[in-house]
Design a protein around this ligand. Structure first.
Ligand SMILES: [Zn+2]
Ligand SMILES: [Zn+2]
Ligand SMILES: [Zn+2]
Length: 440
C-alpha cells in the first residue's frame, strides 16, 4: 500500500485514519485516485483538499465507524466502492459484533485497495445478481445452534464474525498448526475462489490452469475429507505454498492468489517507504534490491520476486530483532513460482480501466437502527499511532461448499522446511530455518 499524508498540514497518516493527528482535519479515502485526502465541510457535502475532486460525501458506513471512504456527492450510492459489496452485516447491537465487524471492514478495505490497484473486474450484486462479489458477515447463533461456515460460493463470501476475535483466532491458529492466520489473508484467499471463476473458468483458461494447479474436477468434498484425515504430503513444500493448498487445486489456486496479493501489497509499502536493501554481509545480488517500482503493474513475476526476496530477508531479520516469529516464513519453490507467474499473467491480462459506479444500492439486511452513530475518535496527540493491528482469520474455503472452521482432524504439525531449498528462490535464511506458514 502507498503511504499517505494530510494535505492540510503534511502529517503522515494511515489508511484507516479518519482525522489528522496533527491538525484535526477530517480524512477520507478516494478509491479511484487511490489517495487519502483531507476534507473540509462545504454545504451538506465535503470538499477535498486534493485537487480536481468533485464535492464528496462519506460512505454510509462511516456512521458505525467502519469505513472512511468517499464517494462523489452527486452519486445515488449510499455506500462506497468497498461497502457496496456487503450483502449482510451482523446485528450491531449484539455483544461484540460491532467491534468484530469493524476489524473485518479494516481488512476488507485493504483487500479492495489491492483489487482496485490491480484493476481487477469488480461487480457487486446490483451489477451482476448471479456472480457479483458479495459478503455476508455472520455470527454464530448459540440459541439456534447454528454455526457459520466461512467460505465462498459463486461470488458470495461468507465470513464468521468470530474470526475477528483475537483469542479465538489465535486458538484456531495454534490448533491447526498455522504460523500465519489473519483476517486480511482470509479475505485474500476467499476472493481467490471468486477470481478463479472469473479469470480462469469463464475466461477460457481452464486447461492452462489445470496444467499448473492440477485437475480440479476431482471431488472437492472428498478431497477435503482426505486432507483433514491424512494431512498434507510430507514433501508439500516442494510444490505448494502451504499445507492447505494441497487439499484441492481450487485451494491451491486460492492460497497462491492470496500470496500474490500479500507480495504486491507489501512490496508497494516497501517502495513507498523508499526501502533499499543492501546488506553489508554479502555482495550476492540476489539479496540486494532498490524497490522503486509499482508491483501492481510490474512487467513480470520475476521482477517482483527479485525485489521480494531481499525484502523478506530484511523483514525476517527485523522481526527476529523484536523477538517475533519470521514475518515471511514461506518458501517459494520453482513450482510455486510458476503458479504465482500464472496468477500474475491472468491478473495482467484482465486489468480493466476505470469502472463506472453502480446506480443502485446493495442488498443489505441485519443493519440495526439501534446502533448509535459513533463519535469520531479523538485525534491522537503527536505522531499518528499505527493503525489497529489487522484482525486475522482464515478457514479453509471452497468454491462450492465450505469446510468447517474446525476440521474433524487436525492437520499434522508444521515441520521445519527442508534444507534443500533452492537458494535463488527461497527467502534467505539466517542461522535458523523459519517455520513455514499457511494462509487459508
Ligand atoms: Zn493535518
Ligand atoms: Zn464504505
Ligand atoms: Zn478456499
Amino acid at each position: 500500500m502507498k503511504l499517505f499524508k494530510c494535505q492540510a498540514c503534511g502529517q503522515d497518516v494511515y489508511f484507516e485514519n479518519r482525522f489528522c493527528g496533527a491538525c484535526g482535519h477530517a480524512l477520507g479515502f478516494l478509491p479511484r485516485a487511490g489517495v487519502m485526502t483531507a476534507v473540509e465541510p462545504e454545504g451538506d457535502a465535503w470538499r477535498a483538499l486534493t485537487p480536481k475532486q468533485p464535492q464528496l460525501r462519506f460512505c454510509a458506513n462511516i456512521e458505525p465507524d467502519a469505513c472512511n471512504w468517499l464517494i462523489p456527492a452527486d452519486q445515488d450510492e449510499k455506500f462506497c466502492l468497498a461497502c457496496r459489496h456487503n450483502r449482510t452485516i451482523p446485528d450491531l447491537s449484539a455483544d461484540s459484533n460491532l467491534e468484530h465487524w469493524r476489524k473485518m471492514e479494516f481488512a476488507k478495505h485493504r483487500l479492495f485497495y489491492t483489487l482496485i490497484a490491480l484493476r481487477l473486474p469488480l461487480k457487486n450484486l446490483a451489477e451482476d445478481s448471479e456472480h457479483g462479489l458479495a459478503f455476508d458477515f455472520l455470527a454464530d447463533d448459540p440459541e439456534k445452534k447454528s454455526i457459520v461456515l466461512t467460505g465462498h460460493d459463486t461470488g458470495l463470501i461468507t465470513i464468521n464474525l468470530k474470526e475477528a476475535d483475537d483469542a479465538i483466532r489465535e486458538k484456531l491458529r495454534t490448533e491447526m498448526g498455522e504460523p500465519y492466520r489473519t483476517l486480511l489473508g482470509h479475505f485474500r484467499h476467499e476472493v481467490g475462489h471468486h477470481f478463479w471463476d472469473i479469470l480462469v473458468r469463464d475466461a477460457g483458461r481452464l486447461d492452462e490452469c489445470r496444467e499448473i494447479f492440477g485437475d480440479d474436477t476431482q471431488d472437492y468434498g472428498e478431497a477435503l475429507k482426505r486432507h483433514y484425515a491424512e494431512g498434507a504430503p510430507e514433501n508439500w513444500r516442494d510444490s505448494f505454498i502451504s499445507a492447505y493448498a494441497t487439499a484441492h487445486p481450487w485451494e491451491d489456486f486460492a492460497e497462491t492468489w492470496a500470496h500474490y496479493l500479500h507480495i504486491v501489497d507489501t512490496l508497494e509499502t516497501a517502495s513507498a517507504c523508499g526501502l533499499r536493501i543492501h546488506p553489508a554481509t554479502t555482495k550476492n545480488k540476489a539479496l540486494h534490491a532498490d524497490i522503486v517500482f509499482d508491483p501492481h503493474h510490474a512487467s513480470s513475476m520475476q521482477r517482483i520476486i527479485e525485489a521480494w526476496l531481499p525484502l523478506t530477508f530484511a523483514m525476517n531479520s527485523l522481526n527476529r530483532s523484536m523477538g517475533h516469529a519470521d514475518l515471511y516464513p514461506f518458501i517459494l519453490s520453482p513450482p510455486v513460482l510458476k503458479k504465482l507467474g500464472f496468477i500474475h499473467d491472468i491478473i495482467r491480462d484482465s486489468a480493466v480501466p476505470e469502472k463506472k459506479p453502480t446506480k443502485r444500492g446493495l442488498f443489505r439486511r441485519g443493519l440495526t437502527a439501534s446502533q448509535p452513530p459513533s463519535q469520531p475518535p479523538a485525534p491522537p496527540e503527536g505522531p499518528v499511532p499505527p493503525p489497529p493491528p489487522g484482525p486475522d482469520i482464515p478457514a479453509p474455503m471452497d468454491p462450492v461448499v465450505d469446510p468447517p472452521i474446525d476440521p474433524p482432524d487436525q492437520p499434522p504439525p508444521v515441520e521445519s522446511p527442508p534444507s534443500d531449498i533452492p537458494p535463488e528462490i527461497s527467502p534467505p535464511q539466517p542461522d535458523e530455518i523459519p517455520q513455514p506458514m499457511h494462509v487459508d
